[in-house]
Design a protein around this ligand. Sequence first.
Ligand code: ADP
Ligand code: ZN
Ligand code: ZN
Length: 805
Amino acid sequence: MIVQVVVDVPTGGTDRLFDYKVPTHLQGMVESGMRVIVPFGPRKVQGFVIHTSNESDLAKLKEIDEVLDVTPVLTNELLELGDWLTTNALCFKITAYQSMLPAALKAKYKKEVMLTNHEYLQELPIEVREWFKHRKVVDWEELITSGDKQLLVLVKKGVTQGLLEVIHKVNDKVTQKTIRVVEPVSVNSLTNQLHQLDNRALKQKRVIEYFLDNPEPISVSALMEQTDTTRSTIKSLVDKLVLTEKEVEVMRDPYVNRRFKKTEPLPLTAHQQDVITPIFHSLIEHQHQTFLIHGVTGSGKTEVYLQSIAKALEIGKEAIVLVPEISLTPQMVQRFKERFGSLVAVLHSGLSTGEKYDEWRKIHHGRVKVVVGARSAIFAPFRNIGIIIIDEEHEATYKQEENPRYHARDVAIQRASYYQCPVILGSATPSLETYARAKKGVYQLLEMLTRVNQVTLPAVEIIDMREELKTGNRSMFSKALHEKLSDRLARGEQSVLFLNRRGYSTFVMCRDCGYVAQCPHCDISLTYHQTSRSLKCHYCGHQERMPQTCSSCNSEHIRFFGSGTQKVEEEVAKVFPGARVIRMDVDTTRKKGAHERLLTQFAEGKADILLGTQMIAKGLDFPNITLVGVLAADSMLHLPDFRASERTFQLLTQVSGRAGRHQLPGEVVIQTYTPEHYSIDLVKNHDFHAFFEKEMGVRRLQSYPPYYYITVIQVSHPEITKVIDVTEKITAYVRRSLSDQSVVLGPVASSIPRIKDRYRYQCMIKYKNEPRLVEILKEIIENYKKETNQGTLQVSIDMNPYVLM
Ligand code: ADP
Ligand code: ZN
Ligand code: ZN
């Protein structure tokens, strides 16, 4: 028996199949899709078995050392998909396969074999039964070193029969198992203490006031964050017997502990019915079709997803649902859990290695039928997919920005065509590429242009901040926004304040000479962070103290400019004393579960204003939000990226969609310095179609997608002369090799010309049809293989870049 193996040596020369012989004692074991250990040169490496056969062209073959799996971890479909990825995402085979598996299966974790149920003991053959007589779990290591060559084959049989299960031991389950929480001893003790406090004991006062409002237990870390205090303040209150502290257990799976009320399908509206009919048809007839649901925010897309999935389950199939980033949209997960209960697995980046592996196993063993997850969930190892749904399909997070650089949408369509099933792309603001394809009939366009139950879309007002300045208003709130906010506070309704990007332009500048503090390793300005009073680089993590004097002219007039979320929070406190604000940005949500906790507090009405960045733009559905204010609509517009207008329009539309989703009507105020720009102006009438036409015109003129495809080759190296030299050679080679229909631009410095002390240059290719392109790009990679393997030179190629930096 011979196997063809892809080895874990990710370089150009080894990106092919290698033949190995299977020793006799492993012959009943090995199947395609399993991981093996094979000798490779002087080393032992991991590999994937792609095929098995009876012959090889080579006379002398080495033998495989070890089989790592008892059942295949990759199905034939996924093996094929990996092959497709190598050309469509331009990556090595091994990288493609590894990206489909949870990290627990990549590293060398210990394995054990578990008897799934004690009653099965008698059904095991005697040789295996011996091992499990007195234990439920046996180390894999023990079994393979037992000397009994037949044993593994028998174990494998037990696994296929469901009597045994192989589990990878990932020991991160113990971390974060308990947390320390504090709670007040009694309300009396709080009030007594409050009266006794020295006027200067501000921090203790804040903690006591917090508990007077929220008497429930809270974790020490959350309390410190909420009240901006330190451990010692809390400790002194514990010592005074005002608070008590204790250790409580927390569950690993954030959803395990929670009860979900089961929801029933809603009777569909006429619009929803029109949209779901062709989807059902595709499902029942096993016809692969890609649908685009263009539905305004609140049009009932999610209900359509839920009922389409229910249909897929009804006919015995499985469903994959992708959402941009689950930790940002806990409400979305909740709706799937409420409808399908324990049939749902959830996969996202916030889970630990062990948790991800647990979810993956549920899918692999068919214990769940629905996966809700972020981008990589598209590789969920189902065997009978009935439907794939991509919500907010326009989001850039669906494109992976490292190898393999795939777009989840393309992978979804590829998998769905294998299973002959429908793909649903949903968005209020579809990407230009997708909408253009839908208009051409490549995808089937389904529209839902009104909200459910006659709820109207919010009224949008665009405020020209230049005019505000002229009338003498120097505040970050326009007159209109100020009035509307006061109004909401008076009526007890909730508002959302949206500020694009974390720490938006909180750069530090000298007022005397104009010097701006820069990262010493990257060509980018440093960002001021108030909590630590430090400057940070968002690209390399470099951090330094806030300078007292200008390092260029020694002036003391150095200060920070711009408005980050922290600054807005301060301003709100000044302008609206007493308003309760929840701030959500990268700084306040770093800890696990922080998102959900803050959103829950807002949902429970514990704050009047939710202030945040991108992460509050998506998926929030709170009935009491009647006002959305956008503070700086332009900040994204000026990024050096041809999608800047599209992103601005999408983001503004999405944030606006948070207002007035239920009975109370909503209003939106957008503050901008460029109100005349179409990507801002057209948000006013929620006019996606006008935006699409306008932006398509721009893309056509500039030869950008969807009229042209683009590929960017980026070169980086610590020496600038080397970078320019290599990029010049690559550009010349590409220019020579492609047809004159294509445009080859470069070499030019990337828009951030240096990151982590490496200079960056690029070459951009715009093309319509270049059948030889992949081949040419592979030649380039191969040509620089030696230097890139050493690590000093990097050549990265993105065939459909979403982040142009
Ligand atoms: P979208 O996903 O397009 O933003 P949702 O599916 O969240 O829209 O629907 C918006 C609101 O309307 C939700 O509160 C949802 O429960 C409600 N809704 C959706 N479909 C129906 C229906 N057929 N009947 C009644 N309410 C509905
Ligand atoms: Zn830096
Ligand atoms: Zn200066």
